[in-house]
Structures are given as structure tokens and as C-alpha cells.
Design a protein around this ligand. Structure first.
Ligand SMILES: O=C(O)[C@H](O)[C@@H](O)[C@H](O)[C@H](O)COP(=O)(O)O
Length: 249
């Protein structure tokens, strides 16, 4: 990453410990956001890693520590598959978390999948802008994952969206998945107050080392694009994914 990039790295022994710490972090940011602005606006990620976090948040003693009626949920990216498809990020979060808590339906902003990818992106960008009104969209918490090829959200190597300079939402065709996906742009993600990457498993060891130690190459490693402009960047990783990194104490 660039010399001036700063982040907080926390390594946990197990995936369970990582999820528990992420749940506590989620609760902490939600409390601070509600105390400051009366609401907590979070952007969820898809993939397998956050599912353990979502399950924990749906259960005692975590569930009752979040004021769900003051919590508003968006997604950083989505696959253009039907709403009931198991690959749909909103569907996954619905099953593991949203159906199990008392959150008003009006607080849930899923990325539309019943439109063309371009229309869905335009429509979601309007929804985000409308929600934040005159303010620049700023999520209190942005959850992200890391793909083995360095992608995050749906910012994949080799796609044009990684060069996008504007705060917004875009449709992107992901060749390796033969699928359109909708994604927040890096400038939008970077407006967040706190950005939390969750990384788990030995299959992520090589890319995690590259993201954190290689020179800035966002075309090869799109996760390098994630550098909050006025917020904090956190990496919560398990020991297996951190096995190639030298941790300074
Ligand atoms: O919808 C998605 O899949 C994500 O937004 C994507 O960016 C994900 O976070 C990474 O691919 C890591 O996924 P895993 O957690 O499954 O490793």
C-alpha cells in the first residue's frame, strides 16, 4: 500500500474469535453513531466471511445490544441474480440476520435485481443519494471482504470500475464469473466513517500479505483503492490468513 496509508490490524486465533470481535465492533460503532446522529447506517458485504458475524448479531447477547429500529442497512455490492438466489447478498443477510431481528422493512435498502444492471445501479445510487439528502453519502460502518484475486466489493481486477473517480454506484460485468454485479465505487466506500475488512482462512494468506505489504497497484489489487478520506480503516483477520505477515507488537 502507499507509504501514507494507515490502518488498524487485529489478528484473531480463530474465525469464531474474529466474528465475536466484529460483532462487538459493530455494536460499538452503532452506539456511537446513534449517540451522535440518532441513527446507525451500515453497508453490509456479501461472501461467506461475514455470515458468522450476521448469525452472532441475530442472537443473544449481541442482538439486544443494537437499536435495530435506528439501524439502516445498505449493501456495498450485489450479484445480478434473483432475490431468492442463494448467491444474492441481501438474501443471505436476510436469512442469517434480518429475518431474525426487529428491524423495520423501510430501513433495509437492498440493491434492486429486477432491473437491467445499468438501471439497477442508477436506481440504487438515487436511493443512496436520496437517503443522505444534501450530505455526501457517508456510511457509519462499511463491511468489506477480500477475494483471493484482490477484489473487494465488486471492484475486480481488469474492470473499468476500479478507475472510477466519482462517488456512486456502477454496474460491472465480471468476466471470471460470467455475471453482472452492482458495486459502490471506491470513492463512495472511502467516504465511510469506519471501514472493516473481515478476512478468514489460509486461502487468503497470499493476497492478504500482498494487499498489506506490496506497492500500490490498484489495477492488480483493487483492495488498495480502499483508503478512507476522513475515517478509519480496520482489518480483522484470523491467524491462518495472517500466516505470511510479520506482525509488529
Ligand atoms: O458479494 C461478495 O461476494 C463480496 O462483496 C465480495 O467482495 C466478498 O467480500 C469477497 O469475495 C470475499 O468473499 P468471502 O468472504 O466469501 O471470501
Amino acid at each position: 500500500m502507499t507509504a501514507d496509508s494507515t490502518y488498524h490490524l487485529k489478528v484473531f486465533q480463530t474465525a469464531d474469535e474474529l466474528c465475536k470481535a466484529a460483532a462487538e465492533f459493530f455494536i460499538d460503532i452503532s452506539r456511537k453513531s446513534i449517540a451522535a446522529r440518532g441513527r446507525f447506517v451500515v453497508s453490509l458485504s456479501g461472501g461467506t466471511t461475514p455470515q458468522g458475524l450476521y448469525s452472532l448479531l441475530s442472537e443473544s447477547p449481541f442482538r439486544e445490544q443494537v437499536e435495530w429500529e435506528k439501524t439502516v442497512v445498505f449493501w456495498g455490492d450485489e450479484r445480478c441474480v434473483s432475490l431468492n438466489d442463494t448467491q444474492n447478498n441481501a438474501h443471505q443477510a436476510k436469512i442469517t440476520l434480518l429475518d431474525k431481528i426487529d428491524i423495520p422493512k423501510a430501513n433495509i435498502y437492498a440493491i434492486p435485481v429486477n432491473l437491467s444492471p445499468e438501471e439497477a445501479a442508477i436506481n440504487y445510487e438515487k436511493e443512496v443519494n436520496c437517503f443522505f439528502g444534501k450530505e455526501t453519502p457517508r456510511f457509519d460502518l462499511m463491511l468489506l471482504g477480500l477475494g483471493e484475486n484482490g477484489h473487494t466489493a465488486s471492484l475486480f481486477p481488469g474492470t473499468n470500475v476500479i478507475y472510477e473517480q466519482t462517488v456512486g454506484i456502477r454496474a460491472v460485468y465480471v468476466e471470471e464469473e460470467k455475471m453482472f454485479r452492482i458495486t459502490m465505487t471506491a470513492p463512495l466506500i472511502n467516504q465511510s466513517g469506519a471501514i472493516l475488512f473481515l478476512v478468514n482462512g489460509e486461502n487468503k494468506a497470499v493476497i492478504l500479505k500482498e494487499v498489506l505489504t506490496a506497492a500500490y497497484r490498484p489495477d492488480k489489487i483493487p483492495a488498495h483503492l480502499i483508503q478512507p478520506v476522513n475515517g478509519e480503516l480496520y482489518w480483522f483477520v484470523d491467524r491462518a490468513s495472517a500466516s505470511l505477515i510479520t506482525i509488529k507488537n
